[in-house]
Every structure is written in C-alpha cells, then in structure tokens.
Design a protein around this ligand. Structure first.
Ligand code: KIV
Ligand code: ZN
Length: 514
C-alpha cells in the first residue's frame, strides 16, 4: 500500500492554541512520545520567533532520532539562518518555509506584489537548500489563492529545490470536494510536481479539517499535517488520531497506510492534555471518554451479541485497555513495571524508584489504580527535569458551612521554605490567595476546570487553570485524589510556567507568527 506521511505540528501550530504554551521540557516529553507514536515529521517550533522556541527546536532536534525535525521560517534571511542553525543537531534535519499567496494576504498583510512574493519564495528556498536537503514550502492561504498563480509559485520553488509542497487551508474555508480538486489540478499542472511530496494542512473553522485532509489524500496528497487532539489556532488543526484511524478503518476508501503505532494514540492524547490543560471533550472521536462507551440498552445488547454490531474500531487498537482495573495497593513492583510496559509508556526519562513510590502512595489513597492513573503518573514524572522555581511543600485548608474558608500553605521558593495564609470564597480560592501572597505574584485566573481522571469517589481529580500575567497566558496542571491539593498543584505549576515565560521573554507567537 501507498504510505501517507504524518507530519505532526503539535509543537508549532498546536502551541498556537490560546493557553497551550509549553516549556522546553514539556516539548521534549511530547517529542519523545511522538517518536514513540511513529510520526514521520515533527515540526518542533518557529526558531526565529523567540529564544524559547529556538532552544526547543535545538533540543528536540538533538533528542529524537527517527523522525525528520523541522523549524518553521518566513522567507527572511534571519528566519532561514536561525532555523538552519536550530536543526543542526538533528539526524534528519529540515526546514519549513512559508509565505502567503492569496491576493487578500498580499494586499492587506504583506503589502507585496505577486512577483515580489514569488521572488521571496525562490530566494528563501535557494538559500535554505545550500544547507539542507529536506525543504518544505507552504503557500499560506493556498485554498483562497488564484490557481494559476499557485502553479507558477510551486513550479518556481520546486525548481529552486523544494522537496515537499504544502497547500494550506489556513482559514478552514475549503470544503472537501473543492480541496481535493485543488490537489488534482496542481499535480497535473505544476512542472516538477511528480518529484515532490504533496502535503495537506487544514484548519477546522468549519469542522472540516479531517474531511478536507482525507479528500486531499484521495487526490494524491501523501503527507497530512496534523496535531494531537486537533489543538491549534482558533478551532484547531486536523486531528491526528481522527485521520489516522479513518485511514486505518477504511482501507477500501483510502488504499493507503500510515506508520503510526495506533496503540500509542491514547497515551499521547493524555500526555498532551495533561501538559497543556486543554482537555478533550467527552464525545471527541477516538480519544474522548465516550468514544467507545455504549449507553443505550439496545446498543449494549447488540455489542454483547457481537461487537461488530456497533463497534467499527476496537478500543485496544488506540491504546485503551478493555480490562480497566489494573493495580492496587497490594500490587508489587514487578506487576507495576509489567503494566507500564504493556501500555507501551515511554519511561526512558523516568526515575522508576520515584514512580513506584508515587504509585504506592496513590494506591494507598485510592482503591483501584487504572491505566489512566498510570499514564498520568508517568507523564508527571517525565516532566521532572523542569527547573521549577516554586514547589508546594504543605497545605492545610479548613472550611465549614459557617466559617470562612482558610488556607495555610508552605512553598519552597528557590530552595527556601516560606509559609503564608489566605482566606477566600471557597477552599480553592483561599488556597490560591495564600499561594499568591507567598509568591508575591497575583496573576489573573481566567479559567478553572476540574475533571476526574477515572470513575469512583476515590478518583484522582485533574485540575487545570488558565492564568494571565503581563500579557502571558499559561495553563497549570495538577492531579491528586484531593481536589484542593490538585488545585494548589495546578496553580503552583502555572506560576512556574509564568516564571519560565518571564525568563525566556517568550513573545506570544501571534505577535511574530505568520
Ligand atoms: O495554516 C497555515 O497556513 C500555516 C502555515 C504556516 C503552514 O500554519
Ligand atoms: Zn496552520
């Protein structure tokens, strides 16, 4: 079967989701998991956009070995040179150069003529080609560009050395038939088009990113650009798990295959949700909690009689175990390690003694430890390399129906323990106020959400809070069987991320992005 490359842009376009900013260690944890998942290309960031992005691209390039590692770049000298330098240590380096081609972008954003854009594109590809063999060129807003002009631009950049041609539906405006037809026309008309890989890059503004990407594949595209859980600008990008499973489930329609290890889909989705705090809706295809749940009696009866009555995919195929209760407080280290292996979790960067200790503590506080708990534990541990300024040492919160909620908190700040107190409208509010007081920072809380990782009254609560300070917005994450503790951990995590942003003076990508 023909192979379709999976180009993952979770760390670049995905990070452009509001509040999805990740620090270097978090990006490395995602990149390692993406390699494990079997993606072909990782777009690690936009090296010229900030010091933080530059460092992330460099570190991802030095960490993964099988996938191609790219940095995004505009058609500017400084962008190209910085991107080339950032991917220097990659075993398989590449660059992704883009410039807009639609008249609307040319007139109202770039203020450039068609000839100037064409010259800039050729100049940039020629410059990058002196250093790199793998060159992707994107015509931003291609789906709203004049087809004759696209043919001209693509022919010129192929001649200059581009090896992959990307046709983005930047605004999520296209519909499947139209987007598929554009691929057909371009492949037929662009001289040299048979020497390159044609790539689809779709946004989900009208809910058609996955359908458009699949239409492109049916019309010759052999690369799909996507993100885990479909995160990304505005309504997001093509969801990796959805296109991959559509291709796998309907070989009769697509006749192609991907290199994705589908059993790693669910752990990857969980890791990203945990890091970014962007949770997956219950009814999200493939990775939502309800994606494989049969509620109606008639459906349950049908599934029990024969799975294929209502199931088109098996949950195990995407990494969801069917035997969900796995371990408890009597489970030994051997069973614990064996289960992590069965789940295919990447434990290379994890101190197994510490994870096992934390597992024992968790098993003491809740009866059943589920696969989802284990995935969360390993994800938290694999992020421990982050240089955290603040650490939660102690928390005591009191409340009753008559007394004002009161919190006593101890934090370790730069290695020194500092205690403080706070009162508030509720226990979580009191706790956040105490932490803010001690840290001397008062970010604005924009969103607070709590979700049970598994079922039952002893479930671990996973809290995410979106906070803003001085123009930076970050999401903090915390999980614990006690949701007030989970909230405190999430808030402290958010403060650490704000500190990281301050240190790296990381500009929000929107200011410098495409
Ligand atoms: O959506 C888009 O056009 C992009 C380009 C930079 C490829 O993300
Ligand atoms: Zn995009």
């Amino acid at each position: 079967m023909d192979r379709v490359q999976i180009f993952d842009t979770t760390l670049r376009d995905g990070e452009q989701s509001p509040g999805a900013t990740m620090n270097v260690e978090e990006k490395l944890a995602i990149a390692r998991q993406l390699e494990h998942l079997g993606v072909d290309v990782i777009e690690a960031g936009f090296a010229a956009s900030s010091e933080g992005d530059y460092e992330s691209v460099c570190r991802v390039a030095a960490t993964v070995s099988r996938p191609i590692v790219l940095s995004l770049a505009r058609t500017r000298e400084q962008d190209i040179d910085r991107a080339v330098r950032a991917v220097e240590r990659a075993r398989r380096p590449g660059i992704h150069i883009f410039i807009a081609t639609s008249d609307i972008h040319l007139q109202h954003k770039l203020m450039m003529s068609r000839q100037e854009v064409l010259d800039a594109a050729v100049w940039a590809v020629t410059r990058a080609r002196k250093h790199l063999d793998y060159i992707e060129f994107s015509a931003e807003d291609a789906s709203r560009s004049d087809a004759d002009y696209l043919v001209q631009v693509f022919a010129a950049v192929i001649e200059a050395g581009a090896t992959t041609i990307n046709v983005p539906d930047t605004t999520g405006y296209a519909v499947p038939e139209e987007y598929g037809a554009l691929f057909r026309v371009l492949q037929a008309r662009v001289p040299g088009g048979d020497r390159v890989i044609w790539s689809a890059h779709c946004h989900n503004d009208l809910g058609m990113a996955v359908a458009n990407s699949l239409a492109a594949v049916q019309n010759g595209a052999r690369q799909i650009e996507c993100t885990v859980n479909g995160i990304g600008e505005r309504a997001g990008n093509t969801a990796m798990e959805e296109v991959v499973m559509a291709i796998k489930t309907r070989p009769d329609r697509f006749g192609v295959e991907t290199g994705i290890v589908t059993e790693q889909i669910y752990p990857t989705s969980r890791l990203l949700a945990q890091i970014t705090g962007i949770t997956v809706p219950l009814n999200k295809p493939i990775v939502g909690d309800n994606a494989f749940a049969h509620e109606a009696g008639i459906h349950q009866d049908g599934v029990l009689k024969h799975r294929l009555n209502y199931e088109i995919m098996r949950p195990e195929t995407v990494g969801l175990a069917s035997n969900r209760i796995v371990l408890g407080k009597h489970s030994g280290r051997h069973a614990f390690v064996a289960r992590l292996k069965e789940l295919g979790l990447d434990t290379t960067e994890v101190d197994m003694n510490r994870v096992f200790e934390r597992f024992k503590a968790l098993a003491d506080s809740k009866k059943n430890v589920y696969d989802e708990d284990l995935i969360a534990l390993v994800a938290q541990e694999s992020l421990r390399g982050v240089r955290d300024r603040y650490e939660l040492v102690y928390l005591n919160v009191t409340s009753s129906s008559t007394a004002v909620p009161h919190a006593t908190v101890k934090l370790r700040i730069d290695g020194e323990e500092v205690a403080g107190q706070g009162t508030g409208d509720g226990m979580v509010d009191a706790c956040f106020k105490a932490i803010s007081e001690i840290a001397g920072r008062h970010p604005q809380l924009q969103r607070y959400a709590v979700k049970a990782i598994t079922g039952g009254t002893d479930a671990q609560g996973e809290v995410s809070c979106l906070v803003s300070e001085d123009g930076s917005t970050v999401t903090g994450q915390g999980s614990h069987t006690d949701i007030v503790q989970a909230s405190a951990l999430a808030y402290v995590n958010a403060l650490n991320k704000l500190e990281y942003r301050r240190l790296y003076k990381q500009k929000p990508q929107a200011e410098v992005g495409p």
